[in-house]
Design a protein around this ligand. Structure first.
Ligand code: PHE
Length: 359
């Protein structure tokens, strides 16, 4: 993966990056705080296997920068951070080993004194957040019975649906998903919830996942099952990237046959210039950091602003109007939605950013 998120790779622009060997697990625990310019940093805790732990560090740097954009674009007064635990390839974690790692994560986060709060991400669950919560209070999305806001995946899915409706309205004036041809790549937590909602809304679905056992989900929903490569390049109204990042590459864009792209995967662009390539091909890309903000919108609305469920869901649905504003700005400015969104984010982050020395 070599995706970036609007940030130069050569300059160290993070506020703080901690890499410590977990006292219990012996594994590298990586916590990256990209920015607290708009408030304390938030961002999920990812458990993933990397060929080398430094690949996990690279991932943490880029994902935490993406969270700064995500928070700013969603209008949340928080900054971007991320935790990555680089698991050695091939290792299967038993519950005790998992608990040790989570306690190591909790200690590393607690040591940051409230400058960063974690949440669930790829490879972790609300139960894991409860275990992290045994070592620190800086954790979102613990199970509801423990006072947290619970699983963020359904909220992320709600946000993606709001984005899809706004996107469709932008394309042809109809906010409905009924009869739309939609290709969904990735049946993880959020992808599976989305597939169900889209099928219920009457969309004509094409589904793919690298794990072929997931084809039962397609069968159950009456959707067509295909390979990820075919799903990415199928002739559809909307392509939904719901797997890991970096899938939209220079090589892929000329082969795309979708009218628009919007999905929950983080850091979808393999590099910045892909946004322009998509724009020049007339494919509308809804910036991932806007589309995927449902989880953090719900968690912060519930756990920081103490809103009830319905009001927190309303917050999540602001993603629709937010995306419409960006798509309109892009249309009027004849630029990519990414460009339009970044201009807004840049203005927001400027407010409290201190000037940086040139290097
Ligand atoms: N995985 C979530 C995201 O990328 C992280 C998160 C969810 C953080 C909820 C805090 C609360 O947005």
């Amino acid at each position: 993966m070599n995706a970036t998120s609007g940030h130069q790779a050569s300059r160290f622009e993070h506020e703080e990056v901690v890499v410590r060997r977990g006292q219990r697990s012996g594994l590298p625990i990586i916590v990256a705080i990209h920015s607290t310019a708009r408030g304390p940093a938030i961002g999920g805790c990812r458990f993933w296997q990397y060929p080398h732990w430094t690949d996990g560090l690279t991932d943490a740097l880029r994902l935490s920068a993406g969270m700064t954009d995500k928070c700013a674009a969603a209008g949340i007064r928080q900054g971007g951070g991320k935790t990555v635990v680089a698991l050695p390839p091939g290792q299967v974690l038993d519950p005790a080993a998992r608990r040790d790692i989570l306690h190591d994560v909790g200690d590393a986060i607690d040591n940051l004194g409230g400058r960063y709060t974690t949440g669930p991400d790829v490879g972790t669950t609300p139960d894991d957040m409860a275990t992290i919560g045994e070592r620190t209070t800086s954790v979102f999305c613990r199970p509801r019975e423990l006072g947290g806001s619970g699983d963020s995946s359904p909220r992320t899915a709600t946000g993606v649906l709001a984005a899809l409706q706004a996107l469709c309205a932008h394309l042809d004036g109809r906010a409905t998903l009924d009869g739309r041809r939609i290709s969904l790549v990735g049946l993880g937590h959020v992808g599976t919830l989305l597939a169900r909602e889209l099928a219920a809304a009457g969309a004509k679905l094409l589904i793919a996942d690298i794990d072929t056992t997931r084809r039962v989900v397609a069968a159950e929903l009456g959707a067509e099952w295909t390979s990820p490569e075919h799903a990415l390049t199928a002739e559809v109204d909307v392509l939904i990237p719901a797997a890991l990042g970096g899938q939209l590459t220079d090589d892929l864009v000329p082969r795309l046959r979708c009218a628009a792209i919007a999905g929950p995967a983080n850091n979808q662009l393999a590099n910045e210039s892909v946004a322009d390539l998509l724009h020049s091909r007339g494919i509308t890309w809804a910036p991932d950091y806007l589309v995927s903000a449902g989880g953090i919108l719900y968690a912060t609305a519930s756990e920081i602003d103490r809103l009830g469920h319905d009001q927190a869901v309303e917050r999540v649905r602001t993603i629709g109007a937010n995306l419409t504003a960006v798509l309109d700005a892009a249309r009027h400015g004849n630029c990519s939605p990414h460009h339009a969104a970044r201009a807004r984010i840049h203005a927001l982050l400027q407010v409290r950013n201190k000037p940086e020395p040139a290097n």
